[in-house]
Design a protein around this ligand. Structure first.
Ligand SMILES: Nc1nc2c(ncn2[C@@H]2O[C@H](COP(=O)(O)OP(=O)(O)OP(=O)(O)O)[C@@H](O)[C@H]2O)c(=O)[nH]1
Ligand SMILES: [Mg+2]
Length: 488
């Protein structure tokens, strides 16, 4: 690979590109389909929890999910990263040559680049260089559907961009239209930076407005007292597929359910659907954005509010792609992010895609007679990360009953299912029941409400002392209403 060698290439698309000529104003995409990406991986020290291969495989998936075609991959192992260019100078040359040879439109680094490293690399390589964070931001930008999601992504992008605007034109021209376009002088840049800061402030204002609105919705939901179960987990674990399966199986009315797609970060905005959970009653099931290792900090910050809303749930179903040997690492990654977000509620591990695990049958889930459900089909229950997990296939629906039972048990844990009679003159007590537990049913009687709810034991005693009457320890709403009438 002599420097300056002619850009001969075995790639058929090259001839189309050559025919288009250097003056062709069309973008790479218009000329020849997907953007051609060259991946660069760097490993140093003992590496992280994922192997080099696993990280590069994930980068490949991310690039594919962003709509790019991966045309090559270059790796380097080093004692430590080069402060100026991350990879060594010789490797930079190799990447520059590969870019020309493979006619790559974009070089994607597996590691996050400082603004200076990115600038140095773009100069030396002579093409667009982006890092993993920017790749993920691009995917998010393409996926955001709700207004809040779009505002959050734009905010994260601008926050990422701001420190990269220092004395450079490439980053600006990369934006295409919109904020600050190509070839600015220093003065122009100053203006653009100001405009970006103004836009960031504006986005923050709009987001807080949207969030106020969400808070109102959430309060309404709390008042309704319906338990919320949120599906969380690594990207591509099968959350959306499981969400759809649950809605199909337990949903009230058949509505449009979107199926998950095999691409990373397919779901960006939380989707909440109401189902009737066996043994529990109405339950809201929320599908959420997937997590990934080394999640860009800008994105955590931007999506914090959305995630916190979801983390308000009564129970988290942590969905895992159990068909991947690396699943324990993914579990750790997700648990760590949940801990960071301050998630306190019970979590149930759901080992998904079991249809791909040889030798599995849904009977591997022990009957939910007592205690945590699940059990290891292959090893001793109670041992390892998957202790107490439920195994299922969201795709085939096998194992959904075991999940249903496990969730019902967890939602009732530490709470008692009671029907209490609340006199009409004590709306405060009715409000207290709503605040303290999950209301399953309410029926008006001649002189009070019969409220059936899952309540903490202590709260049941407090209510009795305050003038509520326990109608039945457990029973149907209809029976409770009859009881309330009889006792009035
Ligand atoms: N074989 C098999 N494939 C599954 C199963 N569940 C999901 N998948 C596939 O896995 C891929 C990802 O599924 P999704 O439901 O989109 O995953 P997700 O967790 O919602 O992903 P993000 O929204 O990107 O975080 C899709 O191609 C699904 O068809 C399963 O039980 N078995
Ligand atoms: Mg999804």
């Amino acid at each position: 690979m002599a420097p300056g060698a002619p850009a001969t290439s075995a790639v058929p698309a090259a001839s189309a590109a050559a025919a288009a000529g250097p003056q062709d104003p069309r973008t790479a995409q218009e000329r020849r389909g997907p953007e051609r990406a060259l991946l660069v991986g760097v490993a140093w020290g003992r590496g992280g929890r994922l192997s080099f291969d696993e990280r590069m495989e994930e980068l490949r998936e991310l690039a594919r999910s962003a709509g790019a075609e991966v045309v090559g991959e270059i790796r380097q192992r080093r004692g430590r990263p080069d402060p100026a260019t991350l990879i060594g100078p010789g490797k930079v040359q190799e990447v520059a040559e590969a870019r020309r040879r493979l006619e790559a439109d974009v070089i994607i680094f597996d590691r996050n680049l400082t603004p200076a490293q990115q600038r140095n690399l773009e100069r030396a390589i002579g093409g667009k260089v982006i890092d993993r964070t920017q790749l993920i931001l691009d995917i998010f930008a393409a996926r955001a559907r709700t207004r809040e999601g779009q505002l959050q992504v734009e905010l994260a992008q601008l926050q990422y961009l701001l420190p990269r605007l220092v004395g450079m034109g490439e980053a600006l021209s990369r934006l295409g239209g919109g904020i600050g376009t190509r070839g600015p002088g220093e003065t122009r840049l100053e203006v653009d930076r100001r405009r970006i800061r103004r836009r960031i402030a504006e986005l923050r204002r709009m987001l807080s407005e949207v969030r106020r609105h969400r808070a109102v919705q959430r309060r309404g939901r709390r008042r309704a007292g319906i338990p919320v179960v949120a599906l969380v987990g690594y990207t591509n674990a099968g959350k959306t597929t499981l969400h759809a399966a649950l809605v199909r199986r337990f949903g009230e009315a058949a509505g449009p359910v979107t199926a998950g797609r095999d691409r990373l970060f397919d779901t960006l905005d939380p989707t909440v659907r109401r189902v009737v959970w066996p043994g529990v009653g109405p339950v809201l099931v929320a599908d959420t954005v997937g997590f990934i290792h080394d999640l860009p900090p800008q994105l955590i910050a931007a999506f914090r509010a959305t995630l916190e809303e979801v983390l308000d749930a009564d129970l988290l179903l942590h969905v895992v792609d159990a068909s991947q040997p690396r699943w324990p690492v993914d579990v750790e990654t997700v648990e760590a992010i949940l801990d960071d977000l301050g998630a306190r509620q019970p979590r149930l591990l759901v080992m998904n895609k079991m249809d791909r695990v040889p030798g599995w049958g849904p009977e591997a889930n022990r009957p939910p007679a007592d205690g945590p459900v699940g059990g290891d089909g292959r090893g001793a229950p109670g041992a390892g990360r998957d202790a107490g997990a439920v195994r299922l296939s969201a795709r085939t629906g096998e194992g959904l009953e075991a999940l249903a039972a496990a969730v019902a048990a967890l939602l009732e844990r530490g709470r008692r299912r009671v029907t209490v009679w609340v006199p009409y003159r004590r709306p405060d007590l009715r409000a207290r029941i709503h605040a303290a537990g999950s209301v399953l049913a309410e029926e008006p009687g001649p002189d009070g409400w019969a409220v059936t709810a899952l309540l903490p034991e202590a709260e049941v005693g407090r209510l009795e002392r305050s003038g509520c009457r326990l109608v039945t320890a457990a029973g149907t709403a209809a029976g409770a209403a009859a009881g309330a009438e009889a006792s009035s």
